[in-house]
Design a protein around this ligand. Structure first.
Ligand code: HEM
Ligand code: HEM
Length: 162
């Protein structure tokens, strides 16, 4: 999901810069299709986390650190939900019909509305910017655990580690 999400950002930015050519339409179709796929994967992931054990905080975690971890993970989840949703709302307000991978027709979430389309376009871009800021902090925190605290937080992301 991380790799797909980052590719989505590059794809979205790249396609946004293009003129209205068939290439842009094709890339946008892929952007929207992968975006909705990520939304579905996120829902599966949330159900999975509800029914599985949470990773334990490592020894020595202070209350302030525990709250920061909770806040940053909750923001990442919220943004992973809000970004594709705002894209879908923007697309609906722009009144552009779209089918996932040109085969599954997706419904419009709201009716056509030019002003709302602009609001959601702005929101879509701003949420991505916010997401990137939190992601940089997230990755730096993971590297700090691994290289400075030398604990198991990063290692236990891989299969078979606890
Ligand atoms: C788009 C990219 C990413 C997103 C959206 C993301 C999101 C998340 C979320 C939501 C959690 C909390 C999971 C849970 O407990 O339910 C998490 C945990 C974690 N992530 Fe990421 N992450 C991303 C990339 C990365 C990268 C590149 C690294 C490594 C450098 C990383 C390292 C970690 C670590 C070490 C944990 C904690 C695992 C544990 O407590 O056992 N993440 N990530
Ligand atoms: C995780 C999912 C997604 C990410 C990370 C993402 C990211 C982006 C980014 C970075 C841009 C460029 C914004 C700019 O620079 O102005 C963009 C544009 C756009 N995205 Fe998304 N997006 C996602 C999902 C979606 C979905 C699900 C839809 C619609 C169903 C969508 C529709 C659009 C549209 C219509 C544009 C504007 C393109 C243009 O103006 O030419 N996005 N997206």
């Amino acid at each position: 999901m991380a790799a797909l999400l980052l590719s989505q950002i590059v794809l979205g930015k790249y396609a946004h810069e293009l003129d209205r050519t068939p290439e842009k339409l094709k890339l946008m179709m892929l952007h929207k299709s992968f975006g909705i796929s990520l939304l579905l994967l996120l829902l599966i992931r949330i159900v999975w986390t509800l029914f599985n054990v949470k990773p334990r905080p490592v020894l020595g975690t202070t209350r302030v650190q525990a709250i920061s971890v909770w806040l940053s993970h909750a923001s990442l989840y919220l943004l992973m939900f809000a970004i594709p949703l705002s894209g879908w709302l923007m697309n609906s307000a722009k009144n552009i019909p779209f089918s996932m991978f040109r085969s599954i027709k997706m419904p419009a979430l709201i009716g056509p509305d030019e002003q709302l389309a602009e609001v959601f376009a702005e929101l879509h871009e701003t949420l991505v910017a916010g997401f990137l800021v939190i992601l940089v902090i997230h990755v730096l925190a993971a590297l700090w655990h691994h290289f400075f605290k030398r604990d198991s937080v990063l290692r236990r992301m891989s299969v078979g580690e606890t």
